[in-house]
Design a protein around this ligand. Structure first.
Ligand SMILES: NC(=O)c1ncn([C@@H]2O[C@H](COP(=O)(O)O)[C@@H](O)[C@H]2O)c1NC=O
Length: 529
């Protein structure tokens, strides 16, 4: 860790005399107040906090007694007073500050413990406009910012764990400058995150997709040993109220997740969330963020076996995602080959027990499946900034398909085309997916031309003895020329699904008709770059 910044005017150690406590979440409050009192620290509090401390029989002063003003306007004004902010901001060793404090009867506040009105939780529970506005804390962030600026003297706590560190420091005689600096940095991150939540909510209320400034804040979930490569540093931050997935997952066992694990596991779970569990079990096996096999089945085990059959070579060291409660039978099949991560909305106890023998395998349980159609933003970093776009919530139904060939598809072909296109949405462009009867048979991902993706997908199917005759072929973007489609037809596909929209569509349709194919246009492109 780098040395703490030099701040010569600030004392190395401050033995606190007075603490101001003002908290919405009062968990652990009384215990902390007891320790502070026992350490000889005078307690000052706002209404509800004071009542809780006083109820425990501890001496505590009301902020109103200090300021001479009652709390007013439904608590909108409680601590917004020079007596409070002077006590937080006054530089004790600066003669002018000390004189101002003496002249105006301002006593120093050496510890501030504030947790804010629960704005984020109010939004999460769907609070109405007025309720959300009332839950914007004003006095709390103002005090936090004052105390943090004056960290030369004041220890600012915004979380119970911060206060625990301060209580620990008291045992050694007081708060060190290094601790106060650390707490101040955390405090500004807290108020920044709070304002990010408020500004995000406000922009949404006003229907502003892209406001002039966009604040994004995350909470550190974990640091990793390294990033995408061993020479890169990495950490995982999560947003408030995350959708079910890697951000909500509990890791039930296995080695620590790496950066690549989290990225690939996210891709796996977002893909499998496309498949409604009510329609039956589905399994995806992902490698380097691309699916190497996706299938549905009568049972979860069968779905896994069918997904694995698509490309058992690439599945080695892969990530497995399931759309329903993980079963023992499926887990028993999964442990047959080396798998890095298994992610599921829930898991049966006997499924968990199966993995116990595979100490390195990471098992993640998310607590639910995200709504694949839910809105929200996704972010991508580029040099010097970040790109924001709305989540790709495209979902193609049979009724959306425009059949452009002479031959109409059979019901089976429609089913297969929709399955292949759904998977194709989660394959890096250029994406070609061959599928039949709820099973991918060949995936061509990330090629620089569509024809190569079609060829690679067919090669894979041939490698694993999967017959492409009569299968569907999905292309996530239009065929710019007929060559990719001809390639797919030669491989055995009889039903093609693609967005359409190329200037050469007539040429491509003519080729499809000549080959006796049926072809559906979705009208929707699902690039993934
Ligand atoms: N208005 C103010 O001056 C003010 N000062 C502190 N608060 C907040 O009031 C809450 C504690 O209130 P109470 O002690 O009454 O339960 C804390 O979340 C604190 O951040 C305030 N409330 C809102 O802004």
């Amino acid at each position: 860790m780098p040395a703490a910044p030099d701040y010569p005017s600030a004392p190395d150690l401050v033995a606190p005399k007075r603490a101001l406590l003002s908290v919405s979440d009062k968990t652990g409050l009384v215990e902390a107040a007891q320790v502070l009192h026992a350490a000889g620290v005078e307690l000052v509090s706002t209404g509800g906090t004071k009542a809780a401390i006083a109820a425990a029989g501890l001496p505590v002063k009301d902020v109103s007694d200090l300021t001479g003003f009652p709390e007013m306007m439904d608590g909108r004004v409680k601590t917004l007073h020079p007596i409070v902010h002077g006590g937080l901001l006054g530089v004790r060793d600066a003669p002018e500050h000390a004189k101002a404090m003496a002249d105006h009867g301002i006593g120093g506040i050496d510890i501030l413990y504030v947790n804010l009105y629960p704005f984020e939780a109010t939004v999460a529970k769907g609070g109405d406009y007025a309720e959300c506005v009332e839950n914007i804390d004003i006095g709390g962030p103002a005090m936090i910012r004052s105390a943090a600026k004056n960290h030369g003297y004041v220890a600012v706590c915004t979380d119970p764990s911060d206060l625990a560190e301060v209580l620990e420091a008291l045992k050694a005689g007081g708060t060190t400058l290094a601790l106060r600096q650390t707490l101040a940095a955390r405090a500004y991150a807290r108020t920044a995150a709070y304002d990010a939540a408020i500004s995000t909510w406000f922009a949404a209320q006003l229907g502003q997709d892209f406001p002039a400034r966009k604040a994004i804040a995350g909470t550190l979930r974990q640091t990793m040993r390294y990033g995408e490569n061993p020479h890169q540093k990495a950490a995982f931050y999560t947003f408030p109220n995350p959708r079910p997935g890697v951000a909500t997952a509990a890791q039930l066992q296995g080695k620590e997740l790496s950066y690549n694990n989290i990225n690939d596991t996210d891709a796996a779970f977002e893909l499998i969330a496309e498949f409604d569990p009510a329609a039956g079990p589905a399994v995806a096996i992902i490698k380097h963020a691309n699916p190497c096999g996706v299938a549905v089945g009568a049972t979860q085990r069968q779905a896994y076996e069918r997904a694995l059959a698509c490309d058992p070579t690439s599945a080695f060291g892969g990530i497995v995602a399931v759309n329903s409660r993980l079963t023992r039978e499926a887990a028993e099949a999964m442990v047959e080959i080396f798998t890095e991560v298994v992610i599921a909305p829930e898991a049966d106890d006997d499924a968990i027990a199966v993995f116990a023998a595979k100490k390195n395998l990471r098992l993640l349980v998310t607590g639910g499946l995200p709504d694949a159609l839910s809105t929200g933003d996704t972010f991508k970093s580029v040099a010097g900034g970040f790109l924001v776009q709305s989540r790709d919530d495209a979902r193609i139904k049979a009724s959306d398909l425009k059949i452009v060939t002479k031959r109409q598809p059979t019901d089976e072909e429609v089913r297969d085309m929709l399955f292949a296109f759904t998977v194709g949405k989660h394959v890096k462009s250029n994406a070609i997916v061959y599928a039949r009867a709820g099973q991918t048979l060949g995936v061509g991902a990330g090629q620089m031309n569509r024809k190569d993706s079609a060829r690679i997908a067919a090669l894979r199917a041939a490698d694993f003895g999967l017959d492409l005759k009569g299968c569907a072929c999905a292309s996530e973007a239009f065929f710019p020329f007929a060559d990719g489609l001809i390639q797919a037809a030669e491989a055995g596909a009889t039903a093609i699904i693609q967005p359409g929209g190329s200037m050469r569509d007539p040429e491509v349709i003519e080729a499809a008709d000549k080959l006796g194919l049926t072809m559906a246009f979705t009208g929707v492109r699902v690039f993934r770059h």
